[in-house]
Design a protein around this ligand. Sequence first.
Ligand SMILES: Nc1ncnc2c1ncn2[C@@H]1O[C@H](COP(=O)(O)OP(=O)(O)OP(=O)(O)O)[C@@H](O)[C@H]1O
Ligand SMILES: [Mg+2]
Length: 156
Amino acid sequence: MAGITLLAIGPEQTDAIGTLLARHLVAGDVVLLEGELGAGKSALARAIIRARLDAPGLDVPSPSFAIVQPYPGIVHADLYRISDETELDELGLLDDEDQIVLVEWPSRAPGLAAFRGLTIEIDMLESGAGRMISIKPRAGRDMSELAGALRQFQSR
Ligand SMILES: Nc1ncnc2c1ncn2[C@@H]1O[C@H](COP(=O)(O)OP(=O)(O)OP(=O)(O)O)[C@@H](O)[C@H]1O
Ligand SMILES: [Mg+2]
């Protein structure tokens, strides 16, 4: 499967997509979140983390300053401020192979693309409201179940 493209007409749909997506993530998935400033990477990660932890009201701050924010079984990172890919080792982002890893600004660390998981690109629609969310598998990740679960949001 080459991937799927979803339409989220508002923040509530981004949340709903994150909630459904969370159920289909497996231990060790490296999820790369691409998209420009304000696209909704943190918003989607927040929904995924809350759903994984079954904690709807959990405070999930953007990790843009902390860079790495750990939760039980899942870690959320924002690499915007790293200057060199070697900093990844110091951050310990990939130390636990059973952890789900969510990464904003993965373009700062191109080596991450080699890890099994999903690449999610969020694009703002020109009207300003709504987002296109495309999800592609990497390194042999099967996403047929995931695609089925998200069919209601599929745009093409
Ligand atoms: N489907 C949607 N339609 C319109 N607005 C949305 C949608 N999904 C999320 N948003 C809004 O877009 C904004 C996304 O902000 P967020 O901090 O998640 O962006 P980001 O991609 O993480 O940016 P940064 O690169 O600065 O980390 C939020 O205000 C959120 O409410
Ligand atoms: Mg963010």
